[in-house]
Design a protein around this ligand. Structure first.
Ligand code: PGA
Length: 242
């Protein structure tokens, strides 16, 4: 695991956007794995700047998002589908037909999950996956548990995740209780992974991931087994690494 520490979250975001730009320039047909949340915002801002500067062309890129809430529509302003269009897709020249966000709406959600993994495989697999990390060490919505999960699946969100995400809703009661998420196995299949964390509140999760045991109680610790992971931190998120 390669670790890079930057003076600020925005500097880390620029560095991550440059990694994505390099990937797209190397292979304009790249398959990218994308994330939502507050952490990737500086990265997406920097990607938009790179696009506007004529440095990156997203027209043939395909993307798969990590996760989506169950029980709210795509049009809901807090859906991850809406998030991606607001913060990235509407500001770059990506073809909307090339973007996929989990869409857990059918009668049989397990079938939606199987279809999502199959779509990633059909696209040739993910070349470069962007991740954040939750306070409890989750990646995507893979919450601490007894086992590292395999494929895309439906999860009950943990109390701490609902607590962390209530800032986007009128109250904790309105945060959906379930989500569809890529599994740890889905994420580990990506050829290269970039994890970003910023802020003091992420320092413990980052330290547990990097310095602790490989343990499903810290889902992000699975990344220690992946040969191609770079962790981009601001100084606050790195403050418990010695
Ligand atoms: P955040 O979420 O970027 O909003 O802190 C990250 C995560 O929970 O994976």
């Amino acid at each position: 695991m390669n670790i890079q520490v930057y003076g600020s979250a925005s500097k880390a975001g620029v560095a991550v956007a440059q990694v994505f730009a390099a990937q797209i320039i190397r292979d304009p047909f790249s398959v990218l794995g994308l994330a939502t949340g507050s952490t990737p915002l500086p990265t997406y801002e920097a990607m938009v700047e790179l696009y506007k500067a004529g440095i990156v062309d997203f027209s043939t890129v395909r993307t798969f998002n990590l996760d989506e809430y169950v029980g709210i529509s795509r049009e809901h302003e807090q859906s991850y589908y809406s998030f991606m269009f607001e913060h990235l897709f509407s500001q770059i020249n990506i073809d909307p037909a090339h973007v996929q966000v989990p869409n857990p709406v059918s009668e049989n959600l397990d079938e939606d999950c199987i279809a999502y993994d199959a779509a990633i495989d059909d696209a040739g697999g993910i070349d470069l996956q962007l991740l954040g990390i939750g306070h409890n060490g989750h990646i995507a919505f893979n919450e601490p548990g007894d086992l590292f999960t395999y494929g895309t699946h439906i999860v009950e969100l943990s109390k701490s995740t609902i607590e962390a995400n209530k800032r986007f809703f009128a109250s904790a009661d309105e945060v959906p209780k379930k989500a569809m998420t890529m599994g740890i196995g889905t994420i580990m299949k990506a050829r290269e992974i970039v994890l970003v964390a910023s802020g003091k509140d992420k320092a413990q999760a980052v330290a547990t991931m990097i310095l602790g045991e490989i343990d499903p109680l810290c889902p992000a610790s699975a990344l220690l087994l992946h040969p191609q992971v770079t962790v981009f931190l601001d100084a606050d998120a790195a403050s418990l690494l010695h």
